[in-house]
Design a protein around this ligand. Structure first.
Ligand SMILES: [Zn+2]
Length: 247
């Protein structure tokens, strides 16, 4: 029974892939600007931040069926085109009708106050920054994405979606395809999410380093003054210090 279900699902996916590949070739002939989406990640996401983005999608809809359908369509390569420009994502998704669906997703930038609070919160995470520069976010910084107060995943009111289909739902299955594609992109390049929110993770790193440097130097200065105060200078310079009275 299980084998039959797996086979029928495999056959459906395989048929859909073949159908969408044919449609994509036809679309490219009429629209040379089409850039087929290349999924560099394994399946939907392989890193914790990519998986966290996909789990986060549930907060943008009350209907999980659209997400499930979008997931299937993304896996079956229904996404024909995907472009990111600043805080806007435009996608073209193939479907059952001749005309493909056009999707637009807009993400609001992080407010200055929230970004300042995020920067302050992660000031002490110096040991994590080297890994971030290598495009790897350590698990101990998971809140920087998903935490409501100190994370940069957009809230429901910070995201807007439009699709050319007739679906009345705010987040239709075609929009879900584009959101899973964004998850795959973020999985490969987590810094992309910061760019979409109008901030630069390098700012957070450089400000933290600067602030920590100042605090370390301040501590070092106090410590060295204390050492000097408690040390016999004649020992340091190996000389006999004479007072003016003895001269
Ligand atoms: Zn749609």
């Amino acid at each position: 029974m299980l084998t039959t279900t797996w086979h029928s699902r495999y056959n459906l996916n395989s048929r859909l892939k073949t159908k969408f590949r044919r449609k994509l070739i036809a679309l490219q002939k009429t629209n040379p600007c089409i850039t087929p989406f290349t999924n560099k990640t394994k399946d939907l996401a392989s890193n914790w931040w990519g998986k966290a983005w996909n789990a986060n999608l549930k907060k943008y809809t009350v209907n999980n069926i659209h997400l499930e359908k979008g997931k299937l369509l993304f896996r079956c390569e229904a996404l024909a085109d995907f472009k990111i420009d600043s805080n806007t994502i435009k996608a073209i998704v193939l479907g059952s009708k001749i005309k493909p669906y056009e999707i637009k997703i807009t993400i609001k930038p992080v407010s200055e106050a929230k970004w300042a609070s995020i920067q302050g919160f992660y000031e002490g995470y110096l040991e994590c920054f080297e890994k971030i520069l290598d495009n790897h976010f350590p698990g101990e910084m998971s809140d920087i994405f998903s935490n409501k107060a100190t994370g940069i995943f957009p809230s429901q009111s910070e995201m807007s979606f439009t699709c050319s289909c007739s679906e009345r739902a705010n987040l239709c299955k075609h929009t879900a395809v584009a959101l899973y594609a964004l998850g795959a992109k973020i999985d490969n390049d987590p810094k992309l999410l910061f760019k979409l929110r109008g901030v630069d993770i390098l700012d957070l790193i450089s400000k933290s380093i600067h602030s920590n440097r100042k605090s370390i130097l301040k501590k070092a200065k106090i410590k060295s003054l204390k050492i000097l105060k408690n040390t016999d200078l004649s020992d340091i310079f190996n000389i006999e210090i004479q007072t003016g009275r003895n001269l």
